[in-house]
Ligand binder design. Structure first.
Ligand code: ZN
Ligand code: FE
Ligand code: FE
Ligand code: FE
Length: 196
């Protein structure tokens, strides 16, 4: 039984000569090149989200300061704590990859934070400010959901199981934060804002 199996495997390998073998070799080289390019893209985008998360640890406190609704303040405060953990979670991922944690400026998050700041400057105090903060906050969460969703998919494709698990944890937190903001908007803030 064993000898038959190894025999047939051996035969397959040793007889794959000529155009067939070069075709197989070409395929595996292409796959290798594609996977190293995918790895590069993955690392670049990890650096991007690392920068974005760090920027958010500075931006969220400003949103908390401008928020009025107790529910909104609570939601933002708990997500700030999560965001700080997310920063160290990304650092853990770099460690698993054997790479130095490097942050590269995320232009998208820079823009989203600018939008949030503009809304907070222009709003009248109270429910309207809260509505604006929720609006900006949900745009931010959706950007994060998109990033972490794709990063997790890439990690799975690249066979980075542990990294994929860490990405999934953060992805779930971002989804929950988005959902929480919707709840706050529906339950209190938008109703009050409409009444103003
Ligand atoms: Zn983020
Ligand atoms: Fe985050
Ligand atoms: Fe980005
Ligand atoms: Fe978030």
């Amino acid at each position: 039984m064993n000898s038959t199996n190894s025999g047939s495997n051996g035969t397959k390998k040793s007889t794959s000569t000529g155009s067939d073998s070069s075709k197989q070799k070409g395929t595996s080289n292409d796959q290798k090149m594609q996977s190293s390019q995918l790895m590069q893209l993955f690392e670049d985008q990890l650096k991007d989200i690392y920068w974005a998360e760090k920027a958010l640890t500075n931006a969220i406190p400003k949103m908390i300061k401008n928020a009025t609704s107790e529910e909104l303040v609570e939601a933002l405060t708990s997500h700030l704590a999560e965001t700080e953990e997310q920063v160290s979670r990304v650092e853990q991922m770099f460690e698993l990859l054997g790479k130095k944690a490097v942050a590269v400026k995320c232009e998208a998050m820079t823009g989203l934070i600018k939008e949030a700041e503009k809304m907070m400057e222009e709003c009248e105090e109270g429910a309207m400010c809260d509505a604006g903060i929720i609006f900006a906050g949900q745009k931010i969460e959706h950007y994060e959901i998109a990033s972490y969703g794709t990063l997790r998919q890439f990690a799975e494709t690249l066979g980075l199981t542990e990294v994929a698990t860490l990405l999934e944890t953060t992805l779930d937190e971002e989804k929950a934060a988005d959902k929480k903001l919707t709840e706050v908007a529906v339950s209190a803030v938008n109703v009050e804002a409409a009444a103003e």
